[in-house]
Design a protein around this ligand. Structure first.
Ligand code: ADP
Ligand code: ZN
Length: 521
């Protein structure tokens, strides 16, 4: 970055450095607050994306961000991932080789390092070093380790408070432990005054969640809108021309509707925004360009005429409905064409192969939500790290459960194929193993010799794909981003594998993918 470059903005860096297209729930506000220089305590579920909340602000400021984290393996992972993304980061831990430590000091001396990870036991005696290197932010990961009553107490964490005072530096602390006592203790030990606290579950219980396969998409949307007279809503479309065509069609049906996309003149866009804010019951047919500046609390529905880009994008877009807390509805249409289009966009993009793989994995997560066998909200919250929520009663699948069948057999075969291949492969390879399809990769690994080779011929390729997505929706398998999306078993998968717990799968998603007569009743 040259010094004449404009101030790097958070969303740009999010995309250019981390390759994410949107913030996860909570991240945007936390990043904003940290960037504004405030002391912050953020409580987010594990897997919710805490690290980004200090990594991104670290890139937006002068000086070094010191990250204190109790887990050496995790620190090293993060440093490696940051470096792969072109960020100067280093760690000082007891696992360092002397060369590694030397390299970190050299980078510090040259003022190159943006993030310095430190194990808590390295804090004693580090004050002189830290004074020398212009520390501008102290990020504390797993901040509950400061709590004497907690199960993870780390005496060295008690030094963080002293250090903060000695350096007079801003602190951002993160934990997944939300109980009130622990929170209070973190605050007294790490901060002098009350920090800004972010404690938000991701759930938006007033939003009704629904997905529908596309049959006659135009009619589905027109029907949906007609059933909601006088209500303000947004309909997201995948292209500019579609927003215009749909707005025309809605006006033709007697509804007030306007199109919005980045191709419109700035004045026109502003007019649409103002109209939406002021008029009752207006419908905006928009691309994803619409939303950032929209602050209308009483949007009663958000519909996706086409599949959104990712679960993150989906959550952000539906999240614009019902900000006033009153009931609001969402509907997402999805079709095979959408899926193919997204796959092609990813494949033909300019991103490096690992990122493409990650983008495919993200799309799969969204499909898992679209084809979820049970409560959508459970699936959505589990994706953001909040597992164990009860069925919500406010989604299409809670209201009218899908047709289910006992998929235990199929799931056990799939899990066993994963284990036999050491959880090192993605769905496509596993499906080839299950279906007994030999290819170069299969023979190279000797997977045609496995007992699971060919045990899954009773389902087509596409049926197996939906089974894997439903397994993800059940949180039985997870893609490991550090291993190019290889699928791994979760703890919940073990009892299924042992035959102790049955698994229900959605019948109609598999019917769509396969010949019906093959399904067990
Ligand atoms: P935590 O520390 O809260 O457990 P991490 O910071 O390790 O979570 O993030 C969990 C996962 O979420 C990581 O794989 C990370 O790459 C991914 N992630 C974080 N933020 C985003 C985002 N905005 N969009 C997509 N993926 C994200
Ligand atoms: Zn539900």
């Amino acid at each position: 970055m040259t010094s004449s470059a404009p101030e790097p903005r958070a969303p740009d860096l999010l995309a250019s450095v981390f390759g994410f297209e949107s913030f996860r729930p909570g991240q945007g506000e936390i990043v904003e607050s940290v960037t504004a220089g405030r002391n912050v305590l953020a409580i987010m579920p594990t897997g919710g994306g805490k690290s980004l909340c200090y990594q991104l602000p670290a890139l937006m400021r002068e000086g070094v961000t010191v990250v204190i984290s109790p887990l050496i393996a995790l620190m090293r992972d993060q440093v490696r991932a940051l470096r792969e993304n072109g960020v100067e980061a280093g760690a000082l831990t007891s696992a360092n080789t002397p060369e590694e430590t030397e390299e970190v000091f050299a980078a510090l001396d040259e003022g190159r390092l943006k993030l310095l990870y430190m194990a808590p036991e390295r804090l004693s005696g580090a004050e002189r070093l830290l004074r020398r290197i212009n520390v501008t932010l102290l990020a504390v990961d797993e901040a509950h380790c400061v709590s004497q009553w907690g199960h993870d107490f780390r005496p060295d964490y008690l030094r963080i408070g002293e250090l903060r005072r000695a350096l007079g530096v801003q602190v951002a602390a993160f934990t997944a432990t939300a109980d009130e006592d622990t929170r209070a203790e973190i605050i007294t030990r790490l901060f002098d005054a009350e920090p800004e606290v972010f404690l938000r579950g991701f759930d938006r219980p007033n939003l009704y969640l629904a997905f529908e396969p596309k049959q006659k998409p135009r009619e589905q949307i027109l029907g949906y809108v007609a059933a909601r007279p006088d209500r303000a809503g947004i309909i997201y479309c995948s292209s500019r021309s579609k927003t215009e065509a749909l707005a025309d069609a809605l006006r033709g049906s007697g509804r007030a509707a306007m199109a919005y996309h980045a191709g419109l003149a700035p004045d026109t866009r502003r007019d649409v925004e103002t109209a939406f804010q002021r008029e009752d019951g207006l419908i905006i047919c928009a691309t994803v360009a619409f939303g950032m500046g929209v602050d209308k609390p009483d949007i009663r529905f958000v519909a996706h005429a086409d599949l959104p880009k990712s679960v993150e994008a989906y959550y952000q877009e539906i999240g614009r409905a019902g900000r006033d807390g009153a009931p609001a509805e969402t509907l997402t249409l999805f079709g095979m064409d959408d899926i193919r289009l997204r796959r092609t966009q990813i494949d033909e993009g300019v991103a490096p192969p690992e990122r493409k793989q990650a983008d495919h994995a993200r799309l799969n997560a969204l499909l898992a939500l679209a084809e979820a066998p049970v409560c959508r909200r459970q699936t959505l919250l589990a994706y953001f790290g909040e597992s164990g929520a009860p069925p919500c009663g406010n989604c299409d699948l809670c209201r009218a459960p899908g047709m289910l069948f006992d998929g235990t057999e199929a799931v056990r075969k799939a899990l066993s194929a994963m284990l036999r291949t050491e959880e090192r492969f993605g769905a496509e390879h596993l499906i080839a193993v299950l279906r007994g399809e030999s290819n170069a990769k299969i023979t190279q690994w000797g997977h045609d010799k496995l007992p699971t080779f060919g045990v899954g011929q009773d389902f087509s390729k596409s049926a197996w794909r939906t089974i894997f997505r439903q397994m993800a929706a059940h949180d039985l398998v997870r893609a490991n981003p550090a291993r190019h999306g290889a699928l791994g078993l979760t703890a919940a998968a073990r009892p299924v594998l042992r035959g102790e717990v049955p698994v229900q799968l959605r019948r109609e998603t598999i019917l769509r993918a396969d010949r019906p007569e093959r399904l067990p009743r």
